[in-house]
Design a protein around this ligand. Structure first.
Ligand code: HEC
Length: 174
């Protein structure tokens, strides 16, 4: 007389076979290229920054064309966020937060623009264009010089004014 376990194993073997046989065979294995297209997160230390580079001059041109309509000429603010300048954050609670006085990591500027801007058409910029807009906004905030070229090596070295202004709530968990 077969044991209950044996019967169970037999049942599972056939049931599993039936399930696979009935599979509609939809979908396909994801390719490396598909993963790469979505794997765009840049870490604070610059990991995953793409090749390429950008300059203030190209950034200024692109900014006037694709960004100034919402963020104002020179990043001074318009219908949407001010990106340049801003009073010291400790002056008053409502102080406007910008890349210059608030953002902790220069690499986040690249990451954010590449994934989210321009607002009506995100992910439409080339990597060189994103590096250029990053260079433009950092230079307008007087964090780098206008002649500084931004790329995967230089951008992570940029030291943001507010880099020490964030308090880590659970430092022991890092
Ligand atoms: C149609 C309007 C529009 C255009 C054009 C636009 N933006 Fe924005 N931008 C926004 C809005 C709205 C937000 C706020 C989004 C949010 O908080 O979720 C924003 C946020 C940002 C921020 C983050 C600001 C902060 O401190 O939180 C940056 C940086 C930025 N935009 C850069 C750009 C750049 C560079 C371009 C041009 C390539 C651009 N934007 C074009 C509307 C626009």
């Amino acid at each position: 007389m077969p044991t209950r376990n044996f019967l169970l194993a037999l049942f599972l073997a056939f049931a599993a076979g039936a399930v696979f046989a009935d599979s509609p065979n939809l979908g396909q294995a994801i390719s490396e290229a598909d993963i790469k297209a979505w794997d765009i997160s840049v870490l604070p230390d610059g990991s995953n920054l793409p090749p390429g580079s950008g300059s203030f001059a190209l950034g200024a041109r692109l900014y006037a064309e694709k960004c100034a309509g919402c963020h104002g000429p020179g990043g001074k603010g318009g219908v949407n966020n001010q990106l340049v300048g801003g009073e010291p954050l400790n002056s008053r609670i409502e102080a406007t937060k910008t890349i210059g006085n608030f953002w902790q990591q220069a690499t986040s500027v690249f990451d954010y623009i590449r994934r989210a801007m321009p607002w009506p058409n995100p992910r439409s910029l080339t990597d060189d264009e994103v590096y250029s807009l990053t260079a433009y906004l950092l230079a307008m905030n007087k964090i780098i010089a206008e002649q500084d070229v931004m790329n995967a090596q230089t951008l992570p070295k940029v030291r943001m004014p507010n880099r020490d202004g964030f308090i880590i709530r659970f430092p022991e968990k890092i």
